[in-house]
Each structure stands twice: as structure tokens, then as C-alpha cells.
Design a binder for this molecule. Structure first.
Ligand code: COA
Length: 260
């Protein structure tokens, strides 16, 4: 990986850990962080040694939102371009054909909550805080929050959170379906790593196709979704890993998948 100014990267086996690293601004997303996120996820997409990603934040915050100081200076056109840039990064993460786990270590507010929602699975520290405070700043969630939040928690709860700008804790976020699991702060990364390894022990082609089927399916009606699933489910039958997975089961041994 290249060296980044606002991101840290380390690789543990086939798991890449991307850490947003602007702790003095609680990891707020300015144009530079967005550009670097786009670049590192592009590198990750092309790097066969990285099979899964954990996204987290340095210090006491995951990401405390888009950078308010930067946004204050933007014209309407600049604001639009900034939101489109943010949306593109979220889309890039959501469509990466590798699993991305958000390890939400602290504040996930505004663009931080939107970044976590673009990931496939959200694990949270007991100290994590979630919210969409934009209307309190005179703007609306613009990195996909008005679209992904209702898809995760339902229309009523999304309106409650966005209109009120209320910040909620990890347990409440789990109760409404915004996060999947909550862990003690000191075990969060270990648990995220365990989950990544668990997923990496499965057939990567099947995981990637499941991701695409789920993501495509939630945006269309059921018949269109199951059609997509039928097409997506056909291709693994042509893979070596499908033969390996089924043979391993029948031979009562662990499967050794090769992403082929
Ligand atoms: N954009 C730019 N800077 C931010 C930021 C953001 N979204 N969130 C925090 N920061 C900066 C603060 O300005 C402060 O900088 P300073 O030390 O130069 O004054 C630093 O990060 C620490 O934040 P601070 O507010 O002092 O910490 P806190 O513990 O008192 O409060 C929060 C933490 C997260 C509750 C508070 O920072 C906050 O409300 N942030 C904005 C959240 C938000 O509205 N995000 C949505 C943006 S669309």
C-alpha cells in the first residue's frame, strides 16, 4: 500500500486494517481523507493478498462526521461536489467485492455513521456513539445517510434520528439494527479480527456474490431480487472452490479455498 497522510494501514494475514487517522479533529472527513479512502480502497480491490477489510478510527473517535470547518467555507456548488465525492467513496466501499467490517471504536456521527453504514457489518465498542446531527448544522446527511439509514433501521426510526439529531449509544444502535454486535472497548479489534478470519475461511467467490446479491436485492422488488440471486447463484457452480467445499464436507475435512 502507498503511504497515506490521513490513513494508517496494516495487514494481518489476509485482513487489511484501515484506520482513519486525524485524531485531532476526531477523524472528521475532509476532501483529503475522502480522496485517500478512495485511493486505498482502490488498492485493496486490486490486491489479491487482502481478502477482508476492517475499517476503524484512531483515538477516541471512529469518524465524527464530515469536516464542519471545511464545509462552512463551501458554496452550494462546492458543497454538492463534496457530497458527491463522499457518496462515491461510500458506494466504492459498499460494492467492493470483499467483506468490509466497521469496528466502531467511538463517535460515528454524520459522515462517520454514513461511512459505517456503507460497510457490510458494524461491530461497536460499548463506548461508540451514533447519530446524524446534520440538521443541527443546517444541512442534511449527504453521504448516503438519508438512503442507507432507513434501509437499515426503517423509515420511522431513520426520520426520528435524522430530524432530532439525537446521539445514541451502542446498545440502542444494536437494538434498532444499526449495529450487529457490541463489545467491550478492549476486545473490539480482536473480535473484528476473529470475524474477518471466520469469513476468510469461507469461499471468497461465494462471499462476494452473497454481498452483491444482498446489496442489489434491497434496492429492487422481490421478483427482481430473486432473479438476480438465481443468476448470482449459478456462477459458483463453475468454481473450483465449490467442488472443494462440497468435497471437503463429504470427506469430513476442512475445506481449503483458493479463490478460484
Ligand atoms: N468537523 C471538524 N472538526 C471536528 C468535527 C467535525 N465533524 N468533530 C470534531 N471536530 C474537532 C473539534 O472542532 C475539536 O477541534 P479543536 O480541538 O481544534 O477545537 C476536536 O475535533 C475535538 O472535538 P471536541 O468537540 O472538543 O470534543 P468533545 O469530546 O467535546 O465532543 C463531539 C465530541 C463528537 C460530540 C463533538 O466534537 C461534535 O459534536 N462534533 C461534530 C459532530 C457532527 O456534527 N458531525 C456531523 C458533521 S456533518
Amino acid at each position: 500500500m502507498k503511504t497515506y497522510k490521513t490513513l494508517l494501514f496494516e495487514q494481518n494475514g489476509a485482513t487489511g486494517v484501515v484506520k482513519v487517522n486525524r485524531p485531532d479533529a476526531l477523524n472528521a472527513l475532509n476532501a483529503e481523507v475522502l480522496t485517500e479512502l478512495a485511493s486505498i480502497f482502490d488498492e485493496i480491490a486490486r490486491d489479491n493478498s487482502v481478502g477482508a477489510v476492517i475499517l476503524t478510527g484512531e483515538g477516541r473517535s471512529f469518524v465524527a462526521g464530515a469536516d464542519i470547518a471545511a464545509m462552512r467555507e463551501m458554496s452550494a456548488l462546492e458543497g454538492r461536489a463534496f457530497m458527491l465525492k463522499g457518496q462515491a467513496v461510500m458506494q466504492q466501499i459498499e460494492t467492493l467485492p470483499k467483506p468490509v467490517i466497521a469496528a466502531v471504536n467511538g463517535f460515528a456521527l454524520g459522515g462517520g455513521c454514513e461511512l459505517a453504514m456503507a460497510c457490510d457489518i458494524r461491530l461497536a465498542s460499548e463506548k461508540a456513539k451514533f447519530g446524524q446531527p446534520e440538521v443541527g448544522l443546517g444541512i442534511i446527511p449527504g453521504f448516503g445517510g438519508t438512503q442507507r439509514l432507513p434501509r437499515l433501521v426503517g423509515k420511522g426510526m431513520a426520520k426520528y434520528l435524522i430530524f432530532s439529531a439525537e446521539m445514541i449509544g451502542a446498545d440502542e444502535a444494536k437494538a434498532i439494527g444499526l449495529v450487529e454486535k457490541v463489545y467491550a472497548p478492549e476486545t473490539l479489534m480482536e473480535e473484528a479480527m476473529k470475524l474477518a478470519e471466520m469469513i476468510l475461511s469461507k469461499a471468497p467467490i461465494a462471499v462476494a456474490l452473497s454481498k452483491a446479491a444482498i446489496n442489489n436485492g434491497v434496492n429492487v422488488d422481490l421478483p427482481t431480487g430473486v432473479n438476480f440471486e438465481a443468476e448470482a447463484s449459478a456462477s459458483p457452480f463453475g468454481s473450483e472452490d465449490r467442488l472443494e467445499g462440497m468435497s471437503a464436507f463429504l470427506e469430513k475435512r476442512p475445506a481449503a479455498f483458493r479463490n478460484k
